[in-house]
Design a protein around this ligand. Structure first.
Ligand SMILES: NC(=O)c1ccc[n+]([C@@H]2O[C@H](COP(=O)([O-])OP(=O)(O)OC[C@H]3O[C@@H](n4cnc5c(N)ncnc54)[C@H](O)[C@@H]3O)[C@@H](O)[C@H]2O)c1
Length: 371
């Protein structure tokens, strides 16, 4: 691969994060081919042209299908709202492109399956934007677990909280429509599920409760019923036998980007919170009781790939850096190297877990994920 031609569909929050990643990945890693930002597509010509100029893309279009027809494009970033992911990813894979699609796969399970089928048919690389698994702190926690530092894990707790839906007076928006999914469990709970998948493997069984703190919101023509659930609490049984609890809220005032993970093993515990993404806490019950206690470990160059960004310990990486790492994983996979990602196969297992949660809530009982 001498050059990688990139197409980007969508130029909002995540579109910008992908553009920054594609622009920075060669400077950060040095071992990847030249990246050519070929074409940016968005919903209107004006927006596409403006964002293409800001992000450094050579051309712009309001027709994402025209972008897919460009033979110079090898890989397509899809950063549009969830309801577009399936049609865009399937078309991109059928056009012979590699795909980097934002999470989750799709609001409907059958559409997610169509995405996976298209990937299998094409043989191309297709990964999802589960950036939090790329954090060097998370990678190191995985190493600690693999090495048995805290012994076999018997219980985990993950809480994900933000407050972007906390204002009861905020107007009705697309995220409140059922066409865009269930609410907290898929818009949001899929991130903790990506961490569980990366650190422990699959979820076997779930028992889910969901809630709507604000059942109606002001729409253009008066009060509208909120069709999704902003809060969820889920009991988990992992495939490795550990029990777990996942708690999700998009209406948690004061929480900005919390993904708090607690891992309890036979010989110790590990704590991590995405709001403090450059550190984790370790408790080793194997140490002398007189000095036992949680220690805070700051990430540093020996927590790869932190060293690619900064040579000094404790200086810290940020959200967009995780996207650069994710981008590098994708390029490696395109070259046939192994990588730590959530690909469409793993993504489908996450989607099935979400579907099992929704069913558990409706039927008010434990549901097996692959049943
Ligand atoms: N990985 C993460 O941490 C993370 C964080 C936020 C959002 N997301 C995901 O990213 C995706 C996008 O979310 P966002 O917050 O960036 O949304 P956004 O609204 O900021 O951006 C969406 C973009 O898609 C464009 N778009 C809409 N319809 C289009 C069409 N038909 N053709 C081309 N472009 C079109 C919009 O104009 C906009 O530029 C969602 O799937 C969301 O779940 C992921």
């Amino acid at each position: 691969m001498k050059k990688i031609g990139v197409g980007l569909i969508g130029s909002g929050f995540m579109g910008k994060a992908h553009a920054i990643a594609w622009s920075g990945v060669r400077a950060v890693y040095g071992d990847v081919p030249e990246i050519r930002l070929a074409c940016l597509a968005d919903a209107s010509d004006d927006l596409a042209r403006r964002k293409a100029s800001e992000f450094g893309f050579a051309t712009a279009t309001a027709d994402w299908q025209a972008l897919l027809a460009d033979p110079e494009i090898d890989v397509v970033s899809i950063t549009t709202p969830n309801k577009f992911h399936a049609q865009m990813a399937v078309a991109a894979l059928d056009a012979g492109k590699h795909v980097w699609c934002e999470k989750p796969m799709a609001p409907v399970l059958e559409d997610a399956q169509a995405m996976l089928n298209a990937q299998r048919r094409s043989g191309k690389v297709a990964i999802l934007g589960y950036n939090y698994i790329q954090n060097p702190a998370i990678r190191h926690i995985r190493t600690l677990l693999d090495e048995g530092a805290i012994g076999p894990v018997n219980h985990i707790r993950i809480e994900m909280d933000e407050d972007f839906m906390a204002d009861a007076g905020a107007p009705f928006q697309a995220r409140h429509e059922a066409v865009n999914g269930y609410g907290a469990i898929d818009d949001f709970g899929v991130h903790p599920l990506s961490l569980i998948r990366t650190l422990f493997g699959g979820v076997a069984e779930v028992m889910c409760d969901m809630a709507k703190p604000y059942p109606t919101r002001k729409g253009k023509d008066g009060e509208r019923a909120v069709e999704v659930f902003d809060v969820a609490t889920i009991l988990l049984r992992l495939e490795n036998g550990a029990s777990g609890l996942m708690a999700l809220s998009r209406t948690a005032w004061g929480r900005k980007g919390r993904i708090a993970v607690q891992i309890f093993g036979e010989k110790g515990s590990i704590l991590y919170d995405q709001e403090r993404l450059n550190e984790f806490q370790l408790y080793l019950a194997t140490e002398r009781p007189t000095e036992q206690g949680f220690r805070t470990v700051l990430t540093a160059p020996h927590h790869a790939p932190y060293d690619r960004f900064v040579p000094a310990p404790g200086h810290g990486l940020g959200f967009n850096d995780l996207k650069v790492i994710e981008c590098r994983q994708l390029i490696g996979l395109m070259r046939g190297e192994p990588g730590i990602v959530i690909d469409f196969e793993d993504g489908m297992k996450i989607e099935r877990t979400v579907a099992a949660m929704a069913r558990s809530f409706t039927e008010r009982r434990w549901v097996k994920v692959d049943a």
